[in-house]
Ligand binder design. Structure first.
Ligand code: ADP
Ligand code: TRP
Length: 339
Protein backbone atom coordinates (compact mmCIF):
# COMPACT_ATOMS: atom_id res chain seq x y z
CA UNK A 1 0.00 0.00 0.00
CA UNK A 2 1.16 3.49 -0.73
CA UNK A 3 -0.72 6.21 1.12
CA UNK A 4 -0.53 9.85 0.14
CA UNK A 5 -2.31 12.90 1.42
CA UNK A 6 -1.86 16.65 1.35
CA UNK A 7 -3.07 19.59 3.37
CA UNK A 8 -2.91 23.27 2.57
CA UNK A 9 -0.61 25.17 4.92
CA UNK A 10 -3.26 27.47 6.33
CA UNK A 11 -2.01 27.90 9.91
CA UNK A 12 -4.06 28.17 13.10
CA UNK A 13 -4.72 24.46 13.47
CA UNK A 14 -7.60 23.35 15.66
CA UNK A 15 -9.17 20.25 17.13
CA UNK A 16 -11.24 19.71 13.95
CA UNK A 17 -8.08 19.51 11.81
CA UNK A 18 -6.53 17.16 14.38
CA UNK A 19 -9.45 14.73 14.68
CA UNK A 20 -10.57 15.05 11.05
CA UNK A 21 -7.22 14.77 9.29
CA UNK A 22 -3.94 14.80 11.18
CA UNK A 23 -4.74 12.04 13.66
CA UNK A 24 -5.78 9.76 10.81
CA UNK A 25 -2.46 10.40 9.14
CA UNK A 26 -0.63 9.39 12.31
CA UNK A 27 -2.74 6.24 12.81
CA UNK A 28 -2.19 5.30 9.19
CA UNK A 29 1.55 5.87 9.47
CA UNK A 30 1.71 3.42 12.38
CA UNK A 31 -0.42 0.81 10.63
CA UNK A 32 1.07 1.06 7.15
CA UNK A 33 4.70 1.28 8.13
CA UNK A 34 4.22 -1.87 10.27
CA UNK A 35 3.03 -3.63 7.07
CA UNK A 36 5.99 -2.40 5.06
CA UNK A 37 3.98 0.20 3.09
CA UNK A 38 4.89 3.84 2.57
CA UNK A 39 3.09 6.99 3.70
CA UNK A 40 3.70 10.32 2.00
CA UNK A 41 2.28 13.46 3.57
CA UNK A 42 2.84 16.90 2.16
CA UNK A 43 2.01 20.56 2.53
CA UNK A 44 0.21 21.73 -0.57
CA UNK A 45 1.99 25.07 -0.78
CA UNK A 46 1.75 25.14 -4.59
CA UNK A 47 -2.01 24.82 -4.25
CA UNK A 48 -2.04 27.73 -1.80
CA UNK A 49 -1.04 30.24 -4.49
CA UNK A 50 -4.31 29.61 -6.34
CA UNK A 51 -5.96 32.17 -4.04
CA UNK A 52 -4.71 35.66 -3.17
CA UNK A 53 -2.03 35.20 -0.53
CA UNK A 54 0.67 36.92 1.42
CA UNK A 55 4.14 35.39 0.77
CA UNK A 56 5.46 35.89 4.33
CA UNK A 57 2.34 34.27 5.78
CA UNK A 58 2.58 31.32 3.40
CA UNK A 59 6.15 30.47 4.40
CA UNK A 60 5.40 30.98 8.11
CA UNK A 61 2.31 28.76 7.86
CA UNK A 62 4.19 26.07 5.96
CA UNK A 63 6.77 25.79 8.75
CA UNK A 64 4.09 26.03 11.43
CA UNK A 65 2.20 23.17 9.83
CA UNK A 66 5.27 20.93 9.83
CA UNK A 67 5.74 21.68 13.52
CA UNK A 68 2.09 20.79 14.17
CA UNK A 69 2.24 17.54 12.20
CA UNK A 70 5.39 16.38 13.96
CA UNK A 71 3.99 17.45 17.37
CA UNK A 72 0.88 15.37 16.63
CA UNK A 73 3.00 12.26 16.06
CA UNK A 74 4.04 12.24 12.43
CA UNK A 75 7.50 10.76 12.40
CA UNK A 76 9.68 12.12 9.56
CA UNK A 77 11.79 8.97 9.74
CA UNK A 78 8.85 6.66 9.11
CA UNK A 79 6.68 8.87 6.87
CA UNK A 80 7.84 11.03 4.00
CA UNK A 81 6.95 14.55 5.08
CA UNK A 82 7.60 17.39 2.63
CA UNK A 83 6.28 20.48 0.88
CA UNK A 84 5.42 20.48 -2.83
CA UNK A 85 7.62 23.48 -3.64
CA UNK A 86 10.76 21.40 -2.99
CA UNK A 87 9.67 18.62 -5.33
CA UNK A 88 9.46 20.24 -8.78
CA UNK A 89 8.21 16.96 -10.27
CA UNK A 90 4.70 17.86 -9.05
CA UNK A 91 4.54 20.97 -11.25
CA UNK A 92 6.19 19.15 -14.14
CA UNK A 93 3.75 16.27 -14.06
CA UNK A 94 0.86 18.70 -13.83
CA UNK A 95 1.88 20.24 -17.15
CA UNK A 96 2.12 16.82 -18.76
CA UNK A 97 -1.33 15.90 -17.43
CA UNK A 98 -2.78 19.16 -18.73
CA UNK A 99 -2.66 17.46 -22.11
CA UNK A 100 -4.98 14.71 -20.87
CA UNK A 101 -7.37 16.57 -18.55
CA UNK A 102 -10.44 17.97 -20.36
CA UNK A 103 -11.81 21.46 -19.70
CA UNK A 104 -15.26 19.90 -19.49
CA UNK A 105 -14.07 17.85 -16.49
CA UNK A 106 -12.64 20.91 -14.73
CA UNK A 107 -15.79 22.95 -15.39
CA UNK A 108 -17.74 20.43 -13.32
CA UNK A 109 -15.56 20.69 -10.20
CA UNK A 110 -17.69 22.02 -7.35
CA UNK A 111 -14.74 23.51 -5.45
CA UNK A 112 -13.84 25.57 -8.51
CA UNK A 113 -17.43 26.73 -8.88
CA UNK A 114 -17.70 27.61 -5.17
CA UNK A 115 -14.37 29.38 -4.89
CA UNK A 116 -14.57 31.27 -8.18
CA UNK A 117 -18.18 32.21 -7.46
CA UNK A 118 -19.62 34.80 -9.80
CA UNK A 119 -16.19 36.18 -10.61
CA UNK A 120 -14.89 33.43 -12.93
CA UNK A 121 -13.16 35.91 -15.20
CA UNK A 122 -11.16 37.24 -12.26
CA UNK A 123 -10.25 33.85 -10.75
CA UNK A 124 -6.67 32.64 -11.20
CA UNK A 125 -5.84 30.00 -13.78
CA UNK A 126 -4.27 28.09 -10.88
CA UNK A 127 -7.65 27.87 -9.15
CA UNK A 128 -9.08 26.34 -12.30
CA UNK A 129 -6.28 23.83 -12.84
CA UNK A 130 -5.96 23.09 -9.11
CA UNK A 131 -7.46 19.60 -9.53
CA UNK A 132 -4.89 18.70 -12.21
CA UNK A 133 -2.06 19.56 -9.80
CA UNK A 134 -3.83 17.43 -7.21
CA UNK A 135 -3.99 14.56 -9.70
CA UNK A 136 -0.26 15.01 -10.33
CA UNK A 137 0.40 14.89 -6.55
CA UNK A 138 -1.31 11.53 -6.32
CA UNK A 139 -0.23 9.90 -9.59
CA UNK A 140 3.42 10.92 -9.29
CA UNK A 141 3.93 8.38 -6.50
CA UNK A 142 1.74 5.53 -7.77
CA UNK A 143 -0.40 6.09 -4.66
CA UNK A 144 -2.93 3.37 -3.94
CA UNK A 145 -4.94 5.09 -1.18
CA UNK A 146 -5.63 8.75 -0.53
CA UNK A 147 -7.17 9.75 2.82
CA UNK A 148 -9.26 12.88 2.31
CA UNK A 149 -12.42 14.54 3.57
CA UNK A 150 -15.72 14.11 1.71
CA UNK A 151 -15.17 17.49 -0.01
CA UNK A 152 -12.13 16.15 -1.89
CA UNK A 153 -13.78 13.05 -3.28
CA UNK A 154 -14.59 14.70 -6.60
CA UNK A 155 -10.94 15.70 -7.07
CA UNK A 156 -9.88 12.12 -6.47
CA UNK A 157 -12.35 10.87 -9.06
CA UNK A 158 -10.86 13.33 -11.50
CA UNK A 159 -7.38 11.98 -10.73
CA UNK A 160 -8.65 8.50 -11.57
CA UNK A 161 -10.22 9.72 -14.81
CA UNK A 162 -6.98 11.41 -15.84
CA UNK A 163 -4.94 8.29 -14.99
CA UNK A 164 -7.34 6.07 -16.91
CA UNK A 165 -7.39 8.25 -20.02
CA UNK A 166 -3.61 8.65 -19.99
CA UNK A 167 -3.11 4.89 -19.64
CA UNK A 168 -5.57 4.29 -22.51
CA UNK A 169 -4.09 6.89 -24.80
CA UNK A 170 -0.37 6.45 -24.14
CA UNK A 171 0.23 3.09 -22.44
CA UNK A 172 -1.16 -0.41 -22.47
CA UNK A 173 -3.38 -2.25 -20.05
CA UNK A 174 -0.55 -4.68 -19.22
CA UNK A 175 1.91 -1.89 -18.62
CA UNK A 176 0.07 1.22 -17.38
CA UNK A 177 1.99 4.37 -16.45
CA UNK A 178 -0.32 5.32 -13.56
CA UNK A 179 -1.95 3.43 -10.69
CA UNK A 180 -5.62 4.27 -10.13
CA UNK A 181 -5.86 5.72 -6.61
CA UNK A 182 -8.75 4.98 -4.22
CA UNK A 183 -10.07 7.65 -1.85
CA UNK A 184 -10.29 6.78 1.86
CA UNK A 185 -13.05 8.85 3.44
CA UNK A 186 -13.05 8.84 7.26
CA UNK A 187 -16.33 8.08 9.09
CA UNK A 188 -18.85 10.87 9.61
CA UNK A 189 -17.96 11.13 13.33
CA UNK A 190 -14.71 12.84 12.35
CA UNK A 191 -16.57 16.08 11.59
CA UNK A 192 -16.18 18.31 14.62
CA UNK A 193 -18.63 21.18 15.01
CA UNK A 194 -18.23 24.68 16.45
CA UNK A 195 -18.43 24.94 20.26
CA UNK A 196 -20.66 28.01 19.91
CA UNK A 197 -23.07 26.78 17.26
CA UNK A 198 -23.09 23.12 16.33
CA UNK A 199 -24.81 23.75 13.00
CA UNK A 200 -21.45 24.89 11.59
CA UNK A 201 -18.13 23.05 11.62
CA UNK A 202 -15.22 24.03 13.82
CA UNK A 203 -13.12 26.23 11.56
CA UNK A 204 -10.17 28.57 11.69
CA UNK A 205 -12.21 31.16 9.82
CA UNK A 206 -14.87 31.43 12.55
CA UNK A 207 -14.48 34.96 13.99
CA UNK A 208 -15.09 33.67 17.54
CA UNK A 209 -12.02 32.05 19.07
CA UNK A 210 -14.36 30.44 21.65
CA UNK A 211 -15.85 28.34 18.83
CA UNK A 212 -12.72 26.20 18.50
CA UNK A 213 -9.89 24.61 20.44
CA UNK A 214 -6.58 25.55 18.88
CA UNK A 215 -3.49 23.39 19.07
CA UNK A 216 -1.79 26.44 20.61
CA UNK A 217 -4.31 26.76 23.49
CA UNK A 218 -2.95 26.15 27.00
CA UNK A 219 -4.71 24.01 29.61
CA UNK A 220 -6.65 26.89 31.19
CA UNK A 221 -7.91 28.13 27.83
CA UNK A 222 -9.04 24.64 26.81
CA UNK A 223 -10.92 24.15 30.08
CA UNK A 224 -12.55 27.57 29.81
CA UNK A 225 -13.66 26.99 26.21
CA UNK A 226 -15.19 23.63 27.07
CA UNK A 227 -17.00 25.04 30.11
CA UNK A 228 -18.41 27.90 28.04
CA UNK A 229 -19.41 25.65 25.12
CA UNK A 230 -23.06 26.00 24.18
CA UNK A 231 -25.28 23.19 25.52
CA UNK A 232 -28.88 22.60 26.56
CA UNK A 233 -30.22 22.17 30.12
CA UNK A 234 -31.02 18.43 29.81
CA UNK A 235 -28.79 15.70 31.25
CA UNK A 236 -27.03 13.36 28.82
CA UNK A 237 -29.12 10.43 27.54
CA UNK A 238 -28.03 6.81 27.98
CA UNK A 239 -28.75 5.94 24.35
CA UNK A 240 -27.74 7.46 21.02
CA UNK A 241 -31.37 8.12 20.03
CA UNK A 242 -31.56 10.61 22.91
CA UNK A 243 -28.99 12.84 21.17
CA UNK A 244 -31.36 13.45 18.25
CA UNK A 245 -32.07 17.16 17.84
CA UNK A 246 -29.35 18.03 20.40
CA UNK A 247 -26.52 19.02 18.08
CA UNK A 248 -24.35 20.65 20.77
CA UNK A 249 -24.60 17.69 23.16
CA UNK A 250 -23.92 15.31 20.30
CA UNK A 251 -20.81 17.24 19.29
CA UNK A 252 -19.32 17.23 22.80
CA UNK A 253 -20.00 13.50 23.20
CA UNK A 254 -18.46 12.84 19.78
CA UNK A 255 -15.35 14.81 20.76
CA UNK A 256 -15.09 12.82 23.99
CA UNK A 257 -15.46 9.54 22.08
CA UNK A 258 -12.90 10.49 19.46
CA UNK A 259 -10.35 11.73 21.99
CA UNK A 260 -10.71 8.73 24.28
CA UNK A 261 -10.74 6.20 21.43
CA UNK A 262 -14.10 4.93 22.65
CA UNK A 263 -17.54 4.68 21.06
CA UNK A 264 -20.43 7.11 21.56
CA UNK A 265 -22.44 4.22 23.06
CA UNK A 266 -19.76 3.65 25.66
CA UNK A 267 -19.58 7.33 26.59
CA UNK A 268 -23.36 7.43 27.01
CA UNK A 269 -23.24 4.30 29.16
CA UNK A 270 -20.68 6.04 31.38
CA UNK A 271 -22.28 9.52 31.46
CA UNK A 272 -26.01 8.85 30.79
CA UNK A 273 -28.06 10.82 33.34
CA UNK A 274 -25.18 13.19 34.17
CA UNK A 275 -25.60 16.91 33.57
CA UNK A 276 -23.12 19.10 31.70
CA UNK A 277 -21.85 20.30 35.09
CA UNK A 278 -20.27 16.85 35.37
CA UNK A 279 -19.58 16.08 31.72
CA UNK A 280 -17.86 19.31 30.71
CA UNK A 281 -15.10 19.18 33.34
CA UNK A 282 -14.49 15.52 32.42
CA UNK A 283 -14.24 16.43 28.73
CA UNK A 284 -12.01 19.42 29.53
CA UNK A 285 -9.65 17.22 31.52
CA UNK A 286 -9.51 14.61 28.79
CA UNK A 287 -8.71 17.26 26.18
CA UNK A 288 -6.03 18.84 28.36
CA UNK A 289 -4.48 15.45 29.09
CA UNK A 290 -4.34 14.47 25.37
CA UNK A 291 -3.50 17.87 23.93
CA UNK A 292 -0.96 19.06 26.52
CA UNK A 293 1.93 16.93 25.19
CA UNK A 294 1.08 17.92 21.60
CA UNK A 295 0.87 21.57 22.62
CA UNK A 296 4.23 21.42 24.43
CA UNK A 297 6.04 19.87 21.44
CA UNK A 298 4.33 22.21 19.01
CA UNK A 299 5.19 25.39 20.92
CA UNK A 300 8.83 24.31 21.20
CA UNK A 301 9.29 23.04 17.64
CA UNK A 302 7.60 25.94 15.86
CA UNK A 303 10.40 28.24 17.00
CA UNK A 304 13.12 25.95 15.67
CA UNK A 305 13.28 27.00 12.05
CA UNK A 306 16.53 25.14 11.42
CA UNK A 307 15.01 21.85 12.56
CA UNK A 308 11.81 22.41 10.56
CA UNK A 309 13.70 23.24 7.37
CA UNK A 310 15.89 20.17 7.84
CA UNK A 311 12.80 17.95 8.16
CA UNK A 312 11.34 19.37 4.95
CA UNK A 313 14.61 19.11 3.05
CA UNK A 314 15.07 15.48 4.02
CA UNK A 315 11.47 14.62 3.18
CA UNK A 316 11.70 16.33 -0.21
CA UNK A 317 14.84 14.38 -1.05
CA UNK A 318 13.06 11.07 -0.41
CA UNK A 319 9.97 12.24 -2.30
CA UNK A 320 12.01 13.27 -5.35
CA UNK A 321 13.66 9.86 -5.48
CA UNK A 322 10.24 8.18 -5.61
CA UNK A 323 8.83 10.69 -8.08
CA UNK A 324 11.49 10.65 -10.79
CA UNK A 325 10.83 7.20 -12.33
CA UNK A 326 7.12 7.91 -12.90
CA UNK A 327 7.84 11.35 -14.31
CA UNK A 328 10.43 9.93 -16.72
CA UNK A 329 8.01 7.25 -17.88
CA UNK A 330 5.40 9.95 -18.50
CA UNK A 331 7.75 12.03 -20.65
CA UNK A 332 8.70 8.93 -22.58
CA UNK A 333 5.10 7.77 -23.09
CA UNK A 334 4.27 11.20 -24.54
CA UNK A 335 7.16 11.08 -27.00
CA UNK A 336 9.06 13.91 -25.38
CA UNK A 337 12.79 13.57 -26.03
CA UNK A 338 14.92 13.70 -22.87
CA UNK A 339 18.34 13.04 -24.38
P1 ADP B 1 -10.71 25.14 8.12
O1 ADP B 1 -12.19 24.89 8.01
O2 ADP B 1 -10.31 25.41 9.54
O3 ADP B 1 -10.28 26.21 7.15
P2 ADP B 1 -9.43 23.37 6.27
O4 ADP B 1 -10.54 23.51 5.29
O5 ADP B 1 -8.14 24.06 6.00
O6 ADP B 1 -9.96 23.81 7.72
O7 ADP B 1 -9.18 21.82 6.48
C1 ADP B 1 -7.93 21.19 6.64
C2 ADP B 1 -8.18 19.73 6.96
O8 ADP B 1 -8.83 19.56 8.23
C3 ADP B 1 -9.07 19.02 5.94
O9 ADP B 1 -8.57 17.70 5.77
C4 ADP B 1 -10.43 18.99 6.61
O10 ADP B 1 -11.20 17.87 6.18
C5 ADP B 1 -10.08 18.89 8.09
N1 ADP B 1 -11.07 19.62 8.92
C6 ADP B 1 -11.22 20.97 8.98
N2 ADP B 1 -12.20 21.30 9.85
C7 ADP B 1 -12.68 20.13 10.35
C8 ADP B 1 -13.71 19.81 11.29
N3 ADP B 1 -14.40 20.75 11.92
N4 ADP B 1 -13.94 18.51 11.56
C9 ADP B 1 -13.23 17.56 10.95
N5 ADP B 1 -12.25 17.79 10.05
C10 ADP B 1 -11.97 19.06 9.74
N1 TRP C 1 -6.98 19.82 -2.04
C1 TRP C 1 -6.73 19.22 -0.75
C2 TRP C 1 -7.48 20.00 0.33
O1 TRP C 1 -7.76 21.17 0.17
C3 TRP C 1 -5.26 19.20 -0.43
C4 TRP C 1 -4.51 18.34 -1.41
C5 TRP C 1 -3.70 18.78 -2.42
C6 TRP C 1 -4.53 16.93 -1.49
N2 TRP C 1 -3.20 17.73 -3.09
C7 TRP C 1 -3.66 16.57 -2.57
C8 TRP C 1 -5.17 15.92 -0.74
C9 TRP C 1 -3.46 15.26 -2.94
C10 TRP C 1 -4.95 14.60 -1.14
C11 TRP C 1 -4.11 14.27 -2.21
O2 TRP C 1 -7.77 19.43 1.38
Amino acid sequence: MRILSGIQPTGNLHLGNYLGAIRNWVLMQDEISAQGGTCLYFLADLHAISMPHDPATLSANTREMVAALVACGLDPDRSILFNQAQVPQHAELQWLLNGTARTGWLNRMTQWKDKAGKNREGASVALYTYPVLQAADVLLYQSTHVPVGEDQKQHLELARDIAQKFNNDFASEENPVFTLPAPMIPPEAARIMSLRDASGKMSKSDPSDMSRINLTDDADTIMQKVKKAKTDPEPLPSEIAGLEGRAEAKNLVAIYAAMSGSTIEQILTDFGGAGFGTFKPALGELLVERLAPINARFVELRQDRTALDAILRKGAEKARALAVPTLERTYEALGLVRG
